[in-house]
Write a protein that binds this ligand. Structure first.
Ligand code: PLP
Length: 387
């Protein structure tokens, strides 16, 4: 860290409470306890409960998709999709993602092959994907990172040419649309996460979205231990069922998603207006025509900045602001991946640079415009004092 300059700038006051990168969306407790009363009366806690089925229908309607299977996490959704599509061999994917994407591939016996990302959109670079394809490649696993849609048309064309499946990790893309079309309609299957930190949450949970009714049925079978009926099990499944307590939380939270997204829009606007003027700092923006899911507000702190990303991240802590460096380190640098030929940093120059630059700032409605301005004051102060 650079030495502190003598300065006449007055330090902003730290926040009284820790400000984390997000706060879970929670319904009014009375609404939730009313739903719990129903569960207590029915004495039905899991296995295709009434609320599970109701949430599946409500989400299909909300997200404008024909089919969706609720599961108990985004990670198990990924694993179910890989299994249901009977994938083996290699899958080309991005190193800039949650450990979930790469762990799910590895747990399913698939070898991740990392391809580099686009320097602005931060999603898989289609040319790099094509270069990564070998005779063992069976799938492309794209991630709509920070809600930025992958280059869907180009990836589809590559997949058709090489006869590959396309699976999208849309954990960040709840409600993302391109020209009014839901991004989760693309690919053979798309996975959503409803983890507590995501915009729409069921505490733990997720979903697999597919346009193919047979694939949905297969996922429904696999998520319930492959049980066809009381005496018939023909495939080994897994327990990835969403329970009624989670489904009840989801039903109550669904009404809150749009107002929350709008409130976050306003906060993100403040960040981009105030921070983009700082030397070497830019805000990660959506391509034109894309509706932002507002999961993360991401800035990039480049070499041109007088304060490094890591120094900014550290200097925010005394002000009680806990930003996150999603997704640093890259998955390609995990000990179980780094020996893969594709994990070599010379194969992933853009991703390695981006992972040093990105910082997710607090984004949740209760922060309010005043909270967002206060964080900007703090960042401006840090830039003023520590450069
Ligand atoms: C959160 C997340 C997941 C995993 O979701 P879980 O529900 O926690 O299993 C997968 N991929 C990405 C990119 C995520 O951010």
């Amino acid at each position: 860290m650079a030495a502190v300059r003598t300065t006449s700038v007055v330090a902003p006051r730290p926040f009284g409470q820790p400000v984390y990168v997000t706060r879970p969306l929670l319904p009014d407790l009375q609404i939730y306890t009313a739903a719990l009363q129903g569960i207590w009366q029915r004495q039905w806690l899991t296995n295709k409960g009434q609320l599970h089925d109701r949430l599946e229908r409500a989400l299909c309607h909300h997200l404008r998709v024909p089919h969706l299977s609720l599961v108990n996490s985004g990670t198990s959704g990924l694993m179910l999709a890989f299994r249901a599509l009977e994938l083996s061999g290699e899958a080309v994917t991005t190193p800039l993602t949650s450990p979930a994407t790469v762990s799910a591939l590895t747990w399913c016996g698939l070898t991740p092959v990392f391809a580099d990302i686009d320097p602005l959109e931060l999603t898989l670079d289609p040319d790099a994907v094509e270069r990564a394809i070998t005779p063992r490649t069976r799938a492309i696993v794209g991630v709509h990172i920070y809600g930025i849609p992958c280059r869907i048309d180009q990836l589809r064309a590559i997949a058709e040419r090489y006869k590959l499946r396309v699976i999208y990790d849309a954990a960040h893309a709840f409600g993302t649309e391109i020209d009014g079309e839901p991004v989760i309609k693309s690919g053979d299957a798309t996975i959503l996460s409803f983890h507590a930190t995501k915009l729409f949450n069921t505490a733990e949970g997720g979903a697999v979205v597919t346009q193919d009714r047979d694939l949905k049925q297969r996922i429904d079978l696999l998520k319930n231990l492959g049980i066809e009926d009381e005496i018939t099990v023909n495939v080994p499944g897994i327990n990835a069922r969403m329970n009624e307590l989670e489904a009840a939380l989801g039903l109550a939270n669904l009404d809150l998603v749009e107002p929350e997204r709008c409130a976050r829009d306003e906060i993100a606007q403040i960040y981009s207006e105030r921070l983009a003027g700082l030397a070497g700092v830019s805000c990660v923006a959506m391509p034109t025509g894309v509706r932002n899911s507002q999961l993360y507000s991401v800035i990039r702190v480049t070499d041109a900045s007088p304060v490094s990303r890591d120094d900014l991240y550290e200097h925010l802590k005394p002000f009680n602001v806990f930003a996150r460096r999603y997704f640093y380190p890259l998955c390609s640098n995990f000990s179980f991946c780094r020996d893969l030929p594709s994990a070599d940093s010379r194969n992933l120059p853009v991703a390695n640079r981006v992972a040093q630059e990105v910082l997710c700032l607090p984004l949740y409605s209760e922060l309010g415009a005043a909270g967002a301005h206060r964080i900007c004051d703090i960042i401006e102060y840090i830039f003023c004092v520590y450069k």
